[in-house]
Design a protein. Structure first.
Length: 93
């Protein structure tokens, strides 16, 4: 599955890369260079980050599914208990 950024996110990422170069490197990074560098990061490093996110989400979902029986468990055969608890001297039928 190819990782793609929407237009707004891509523009913000390019601006962020340009700012990083402006503040931390000797050479500024132009719009075309920033776009190319972003493309490289997305293609080369993006899948590893994406796969880790999927694995984290899967682990979280699995943990929630494992707790499902505890969260939604409902005790059966409770109808007569409410009467037995209300009148403790009445004995079971």
């Amino acid at each position: 599955m190819a990782i793609e950024l929407d237009k707004q996110t891509r523009e913000e990422a390019i601006a962020s890369l340009q700012r990083y170069f402006r503040e931390n490197m000797e050479e500024p990074l132009g719009n075309i260079g920033a776009g190319a560098l972003l493309g490289f990061f997305i293609e080369e490093i993006g899948p590893a980050i994406y796969n880790q996110g999927v694995a984290d989400a899967q682990a979280r979902m699995l943990a929630r599914v494992e707790d499902l029986d505890i969260e939604v468990h409902e005790e059966g055969f409770r109808y007569w208990r409410k009467y037995d608890e209300a009148a403790p001297g009445r004995g079971k039928r």
